[in-house]
Design a protein around this ligand. Structure first.
Ligand code: FES
Ligand code: FES
Length: 851
C-alpha cells in the first residue's frame, strides 16, 4: 500500500500508476489536465514538497512522505486571486494550459512575491500554451504576485458589457482555477473506456481481424469492427465527399497509419490498452504513395476510387504572360512549406451514452451540428436521435473540425448500450489528427521600374493526405489569396490537391493562406530589393485602398484598412536595421456562394435572458462577444444574461467555428435577435415577457468563384494586417509589431490575445516547428514538435486598427486566422536583410533558432 499526502490529506493506493491518473481517476481531482502524459506540456503541473513538478512523470510508489498540492488544495484567497488576475488581463483563452500555469506560478511565489519578468518567463519553461503567446499569462502572474504581496483586496470589475469595453470573459475564472469541464473530465456511472486498433501500415489490405483473444480478456466488453456499423461506414466533414472510413473492413485497403480497424470497449484504461494489443489483424502490405510527385504518377495506385487528384482550382484574370514580359523586374521562386501540428493542448475526447433510441454525446469540437450529422449517418438513425452537447474545448485551430473520437464513442455506446469515453493519447492524436497541408509553390511576381506590381503567376500543389477533409477549400483559399491584398489585375493561378498515404491535411488557422502568403510576400521582399525601394515602400505603393478592386474582382469596401496597418508600423520599420515586413488579408466567413448562416435564439426564463447559439468557443471567447453584442443592443445588464452551452437540442445551428466567421455571422444574428428583444421589451420588464422565445439568423450572401458578375462578392468581409519583425545583432528576434484591421474590436483584450497567440504560432511555423514523416508516420512527439516556449518569445506589440463602416456585428471582422498569416514572410524578410540569404523553405534554416 502506498501512502501519499494530497492537499494535506493522507491517501492510500495499492496501485503503481502515474500520479496524474491517480489524481484524476482515483481522487477525482481534475484541475491537473492530461495534455501529453510525457512530461512535455505542463498541463499536469502540481507541487511536490513546494516544487512545480509534472504529475504525469511521477509514479505512486515513489511518493512516500511527499506532500502533493493540486490547484484544488490552494487556499481560497489564492484561488480567487489567480481567477481574478488571469481574467482581468485576458490571459485565458481555451484555458486548458492555465491550471498548470497557475501551479508553476504558485511554486515561483513560494520563492518570491516580487518576481522579475525573466523569473516569470523561466518559471513557465515547462508549460506550453498554444493560444496566448504567453504575453498575458506573464502579465497575470505579475498581477497575482502584486495582489498577494500587498495583501490588497481583489478589485471588482463592474461593467456594462458594452461593445468595445474590457469585459471579463465569462469562462475566465472557472478555467483559471481548474473548475472548467473539458471532455475528458466527464465521468458517468458504469462508463467504459473505448479505443481504436489502428493500421500498422499506411497502405495495406486488411485480410482478417481476429478479436477472440481480446474479447476473452477480463474487463473487455466487446470489440467492434466495420461489420457492426449499423449505418453508413463513411464520415467526412464535407458531406458530399464523405470519403473517410470509420473502420476499415476486411478486404479493404488502409489509407494511412491512423486508420481505425477495430474498436475495443473495456472497463479501465489499462485493460483497454492490453486488449488493443490482443486484436490480431492480418495484412497484405502494399506500396504506399508518400509524396505529391508519387501521387501524380500515372502508374500510381489510386488511393480513392476517382484517382489521386482531389481538387483542381484555376483562376485567371488579365494577360499575365504579356504583363510579365513587359515588366522591368520579375522574380520566380519555388517554396516549400511543411505539414505542422495544431498542438491544441487538449487531446481529443468524447463521451457517449445510450438514450432510448439514440445517443447523447459530450464532445469538444468546432461544430456540434457537424458531429450530429456525421454520427447519425454512421449509426443509421435520424439526426434528432443524436444529441450533441459541447464541453469546454481545449483549443482547436481548425484541427477539431473533423471527427476523431466522437463517431467511435457514439458507435460503441449505441451498439453496446453502455456509456463509453474515447480519448486519444497525445501520440495517437499526432498520428491520427489532421495537419496543416504541406505545399509546393512555384510563383512568379513582376513589377515595373517603380515597384508597382503588374502580374503574378503561380502553381500550388498541396498534399492532402489520406482523406479529403477540407483539402479542397483549403487549396481554394490558398489560391484566392495568393495575389495578396494588392491593386493589380493580371493573375494566373493553378492549384491542385493530391491524395497521398500521409496523415490527412485539414483546416488549420490561416486555411491555406498561410502557405501561399509565405510565397507571395517573400517574392515581394525580393522585388523590393530589385526595384531599389524598401519592403515598406513597395507594399505602401501597391496596398489595396477603398474603392479599388482586389485581384479576385471584389471591390474593396470603405472599411478596408490595409494602408492604416502599414502606417502603424512605419516608424518601427525605418528606425530598425534588420527588419522584415509582410501584409496579409483573410476572409471572414465561408463565402464563394456557399450557404453561411449564423443563428441566435433568445429565451427568457425566470427573468433572465438565455443567449443560445451553437457557436463553439475554441478559446477565442465567442460567448463573451455575443454577450457584449446583446448588452450593447438592448442595454440589458450582463447579470441578467445567461450564455448557454452549445447543445443540438437547445441551441440553433450557428455553423462551424471556422473561417474567422463566428463574431461576424453569429454576432450579427445576436444583434438581430437583440433588436427584436429590445422591441418586445419596450415599457416592459423581463419578468413580464417570461417565456419569450425567438430565433434570428443572419445569412451572408456571396458569389460563386467564376461568377460572371463584373465585381463578384467573394466574401462578406476581409481583415487586413501588417506585421513587422525586428532582429538584433545576433540574429534573434527582438520584437514583433502586429497591426491588424479588425473593423471593430468587440472585446479588445480578446483581440490582443488573438494577435499575440497568432504571432507566436506564426513564429513557430517560421522558425522551429517540424512534422517529419517516415513511411507515412509522423516522427515526432509533443516535446519535439518545436513549439515555442515562453523564454523564446520576443516582445510583441499589437496594434488594433478599427476601420469599418458596416453595421454588421457592429463592424467586426474576424481576427482569429489572419494573425498567423503574415508572420513567416515577415521573419523571412528580416533574415534576408540580416544575412542576404533568400530562404524559400519553412521552417527557415540557418537562423538563431535552427541550423
Ligand atoms: S500531461 Fe504532464 S507534462 Fe503534459
Ligand atoms: S489558453 Fe493556453 S493552451 Fe489554450
Amino acid at each position: 500500500m502506498y501512502e501519499i499526502i494530497v492537499n494535506g490529506k493522507l491517501t492510500k493506493t495499492d496501485k503503481v500508476k502515474n500520479l496524474l491518473k491517480y489524481l484524476r481517476d482515483d481522487l477525482d481531482l481534475k484541475a491537473a489536465k492530461n495534455g501529453c502524459e510525457e512530461g512535455a506540456c505542463g498541463t499536469c503541473t502540481v507541487l511536490v514538497d513546494g516544487k512545480a513538478i509534472k504529475a504525469c512523470v511521477l509514479k505512486t510508489d515513489k511518493l512516500k512522505g511527499k506532500k502533493i498540492t493540486t490547484l484544488e488544495g490552494l487556499s481560497q484567497r489564492k484561488r480567487d486571486v489567480f481567477a481574478y488576475a488571469f481574467t482581468e488581463v485576458g490571459a485565458v483563452q481555451c484555458g486548458f494550459c492555465i491550471p498548470g500555469m497557475v501551479m508553476s506560478a504558485t511554486a515561483l511565489f513560494l520563492k518570491t512575491l516580487e518576481p522579475t519578468k525573466d523569473e516569470i518567463k523561466k518559471s513557465l519553461t515547462g508549460n506550453i500554451c498554444r493560444c496566448t503567446g504567453y504575453v498575458k499569462i506573464e502579465e497575470a502572474i505579475e498581477l497575482a504576485a502584486e495582489i498577494l504581496r500587498t495583501e490588497r483586496e481583489i478589485p471588482k470589475r463592474d461593467c456594462k458589457g458594452m461593445v468595445g469595453e474590457h469585459v471579463h470573459r465569462i469562462d475566465g475564472p472557472a478555467k483559471a482555477i481548474g473548475e472548467g469541464v473539458y471532455a475528458e473530465d466527464i465521468r458517468i456511472e458504469g462508463m467504459y473506456y473505448g479505443g481504436a486498433v489502428r493500421s500498422l501500415y499506411p497502405r495495406a489490405r486488411v485480410l482478417s481481424i481476429d478479436v477472440s483473444e481480446a474479447e476473452a480478456m477480463e474487463g473487455v466488453l466487446k470489440v467492434l469492427t466495420a461489420e457492426d456499423v449499423p449505418g453508413i461506414n463513411n464520415i467526412g466533414h464535407l458531406s458530399f465527399i464523405s470519403d473517410w472510413d470509420a473502420l476499415i473492413p476486411v478486404g479493404k485497403i488502409t489509407r494511412y497509419r491512423g486508420d481505425a480497424i477495430a474498436l475495443v470497449a473495456a472497463k479501465d484504461k489499462e485493460t483497454l490498452e492490453a486488449a488493443k494489443k490482443a486484436v490480431k489483424i492480418e495484412y497484405e502490405e502494399l506500396t504506399p504513395v508518400l509524396s505529391i510527385e508519387g501521387a501524380k504518377d500515372e502508374n500510381a495506385p489510386k488511393i480513392h476510387e476517382n484517382g489521386n487528384l482531389l481538387f483542381h482550382q484555376k483562376l485567371s484574370k488579365g494577360n499575365v504572360e504579356k504583363a510579365i514580359s513587359d515588366s522591368k523586374y520579375v522574380v520566380t521562386e519555388i517554396y516549400n512549406t511543411p505539414a505542422t501540428e495544431h498542438a491544441y493542448l487538449e487531446p481529443e475526447s468524447a463521451t457517449a451514452l445510450p438514450t432510448n433510441d439514440g445517443i447523447q454525446l459530450y464532445t469538444s469540437s468546432q461544430s456540434i451540428f457537424d458531429e450530429q450529422r456525421e454520427v447519425s449517418r454512421l449509426l443509421g438513425v435520424k439526426p434528432s436521435k443524436v444529441r450533441v452537447t459541447s464541453t469546454l474545448v481545449g483549443g482547436g485551430f481548425g484541427g477539431k473540425e473533423d471527427m476523431t473520437v466522437q463517431h467511435h464513442a457514439g458507435l460503441l455506446a449505441y451498439v453496446l448500450q453502455v456509456p463509453v469515453q474515447v480519448t486519444l493519447s497525445r501520440q495517437e492524436s499526432i498520428y491520427v489528427s489532421t495537419k496543416r497541408h504541406s505545399m509546393e509553390i512555384e510563383m512568379t511576381t513582376a513589377c515595373d521600374e517603380n515597384g508597382i506590381l503588374t502580374a503574378m503567376k503561380t502553381t500550388i500543389l498541396s498534399d492532402t493526405g489520406a482523406y479529403s477533409s477540407l483539402g479542397g477549400p483549403v487549396l481554394q483559399r490558398a489560391c484566392t489569396h495568393a495575389s495578396g491584398p494588392y491593386n493589380y489585375h493580371n493573375i494566373e493561378i493553378d492549384g491542385k490537391a493530391y491524395y497521398t498515404n500521409n496523415p490527412p491535411g485539414g483546416a488549420f488557422r490561416g486555411f491555406g493562406v498561410t502557405q501561399s502568403t509565405f510565397a507571395s510576400e517573400s517574392n515581394i521582399n525580393k522585388l523590393a530589393k530589385l526595384a531599389g525601394i524598401s519592403a515598406w515602400e513597395i507594399r505602401s505603393r501597391n496596398a489595396i485602398r477603398p474603392g479599388q478592386i482586389l485581384p479576385n474582382g471584389q471591390i474593396a469596401d470603405a472599411g478596408t484598412g490595409l494602408v492604416e496597418t502599414l502606417e502603424a508600423v512605419k516608424d518601427e520599420f525605418y528606425k530598425n536595421k534588420y527588419v522584415g515586413l509582410a501584409c496579409a488579408f483573410k476572409n471572414s466567413g465561408i463565402g464563394v456562394g456557399l450557404p453561411d448562416i449564423g443563428r441566435c435564439r433568445l429565451t427568457v426564463i425566470d427573468g433572465k435572458v438565455h443567449l443560445r447559439t451553437s457557436a463553439a468557443c475554441i478559446g477565442q471567447g465567442v460567448g463573451t462577444v455575443n454577450l457584449q453584442i446583446l448588452c450593447q443592443t438592448t442595454g440589458l445588464d450582463p447579470k441578467n444574461i445567461i450564455i448557454e452551452t452549445p447543445d443540438t437540442h437547445v441551441t440553433p445551428d450557428s455553423g462551424t467555428t471556422t473561417a474567422s466567421r463566428q463574431t461576424v455571422f453569429t454576432g450579427e444574428a445576436v444583434r438581430l435577435a437583440a433588436l427584436e428583444l429590445k422591441n418586445t421589451l419596450k415599457g416592459k420588464t423581463l419578468k413580464e415577457i417570461e417565456g419569450y422565445d425567438h430565433t434570428e439568423e443572419y445569412s451572408g450572401i456571396t458569389d460563386k468563384i467564376g461568377s460572371f458578375k463584373e465585381n463578384p462578392k467573394s466574401h462578406i468581409a476581409y481583415g487586413y494586417a501588417t506585421q513587422l519583425v525586428v532582429l538584433n545583432e545576433s540574429g534573434k528576434i527582438e520584437k514583433v509589431v502586429a497591426a491588424h484591421d479588425v473593423g471593430k474590436a468587440i472585446n479588445p483584450k480578446s483581440v490582443e490575445g488573438q494577435i499575440e497567440g497568432g504571432v507566436v504560432m506564426g513564429l513557430g511555423y517560421a522558425l522551429t516547428e517540424i512534422m517529419p514523416f517516415e513511411n507515412g508516420m509522423p516522427q515526432v512527439k509533443f516535446g519535439t514538435l518545436g513549439l515555442l516556449r515562453s523564454t523564446l518569445v520576443p516582445e510583441i506589440k499589437s496594434i488594433i486598427i478599427e476601420k469599418n463602416t458596416e453595421e454588421l456585428a457592429y463592424g467586426a471582422k474576424g481576427v482569429g486566422e489572419i494573425t498567423v498569416i503574415p508572420t513567416a514572410p515577415a521573419v523571412q524578410g528580416a533574415y534576408y536583410n540580416f544575412d542576404g540569404e533568400f530562404r524559400t523553405e519553412l521552417p527557415l534554416k540557418k537562423t538563431a533558432y535552427k541550423k
